[in-house]
Design a protein around this ligand. Structure first.
Ligand code: FDP
Length: 338
């Protein structure tokens, strides 16, 4: 079969009425920026891009040089295209308006420019996560409040993993599709159409070092997985934890599994570890479109009404059955306490 490039795929999606010209152009621009980030990450030490930037982001986390470089690449690529009203990023406190010298569009773009960046110096996969929303009607200078839309309203979401291969996974709400970067040709080529995540799985991902801080229902759920064949679940489970969310999610998209970043006593005051608007929501959209499930442990992630641009939430996502079991344990424990 002849390879299908991202551009061809986007034209097909336009013909099918799944995207309009403006959104399809926006995705092309984001994909092009991600190719530049792939080049920067691939250069590693010889590109002089590893190590700390010596600055902190708005969440008080140390920024890596590549966090800053990736953020600038995405902002610069998206400023002039005419599809956006504003961008928001993990690396910036407030949304960045489109400079007055460029035409404005009616989309809002949110991104985590380099997720898992604490892994970059040790040559483990990192990635970019993005989400596209519609700019509310009549708003020409969007502020943070205009981005606070539930995940169900996302027009598109995607991530790019910079791993042994550079891979883009994308949804417009009509299935989840994967594209692999052909480095010689310089284009993303469709490698999997309409991905389906198996509903059952024997593989889970969680940072076990937080176990003593978890809530009781999480202790119960993971305790049962660890008990394996002899426990109440009656089967053995295997654990995989990359500590780069994009890489963990990509494994789930490829062979099933579940990923948890639950609430724990250490992060309770912050609301969770992962960011709703540019990590949890786009991943939840991608996972649901591939037949998986995504919750906060208590409710469907995509239905959560955001209260802040950098809001953090607990995240449970992946193979449907396991997400449902873990969520059920939390809901059951809450109602027993009520
Ligand atoms: P990072 O801080 O390196 O960007 O998004 C945050 C994230 O990585 C996820 O990719 C990853 O799953 C998680 O944090 C790991 O955090 P901990 O090591 O604190 O568990």
């Amino acid at each position: 079969m002849k390879p299908i490039s991202l551009i061809q795929f986007l034209i097909e999606e336009r013909r099918a009425g799944h995207v309009n010209a403006e959104l399809s152009l926006l995705i092309e621009v984001v994909a092009r920026a991600c190719k530049r980030i792939a080049v920067a990450t691939n250069k590693g030490a010889i590109g002089g891009v590893l190590g700390e930037a010596g600055t902190g982001n708005i969440q008080g986390e140390a920024q890596k040089k590549l966090d800053v470089i990736s953020n600038e690449i995405l902002l610069e690529a998206n400023a002039w295209g005419g599809q956006l009203a504003a961008c928001a990023s993990e690396e910036m406190e407030d949304p960045q308006p489109i400079p007055d010298m460029y035409p404005k569009g009616n989309h809002l773009l949110l991104f985590d420019p380099l997720d898992g960046s604490s892994n970059i110096d040790v040559n483990i996969s990192v990635g970019t996560i993005f989400s596209v929303l519609r700019c509310p009607d009549g708003i020409t200078n969007p502020k943070a409040e205009h981005f606070l839309q539930a995940g169900t309203t996302q027009l598109a979401a995607g991530y790019v993993v910079y791993g042994p291969a550079t891979v883009l996974v994308l949804t417009f709400g009509h299935g989840t599709h994967e594209f692999t970067l052909d480095r010689e040709v310089g284009s993303f080529i469709l490698s999997r159409r309409d991905i389906r995540i198996p509903e059952e799985t024997g593989e889970f991902a969680i940072n076990m070092s937080n176990q003593r801080h978890w809530e009781a229902p999480m202790q119960r759920y993971v305790g049962e997985l660890l008990a394996g064949k002899d426990g109440p679940r009656g089967r053995d489970f295997n654990m995989r934890w990359v500590a780069s969310m994009v890489a963990d999610v990509h494994r789930i998209i490829t062979r099933g599994g579940v990923f948890f970043y639950p609430l724990d006593a250490k992060i309770r005051a912050k609301g969770g570890k992962l960011r709703l608007m540019y990590e949890a929501n786009p991943m939840a959209f991608i996972i649901e479109q591939a037949g998986g499930a995504a919750t906060t442990g208590r409710q469907r992630l995509l239905e959560l009404q955001p209260t802040g641009l950098h809001q953090r939430v607990p995240v449970f996502l992946g193979s449907k059955h396991e997400v449902e079991v873990a969520t059920h344990y939390h809901v059951e424990a809450d109602s027993a306490q009520a």
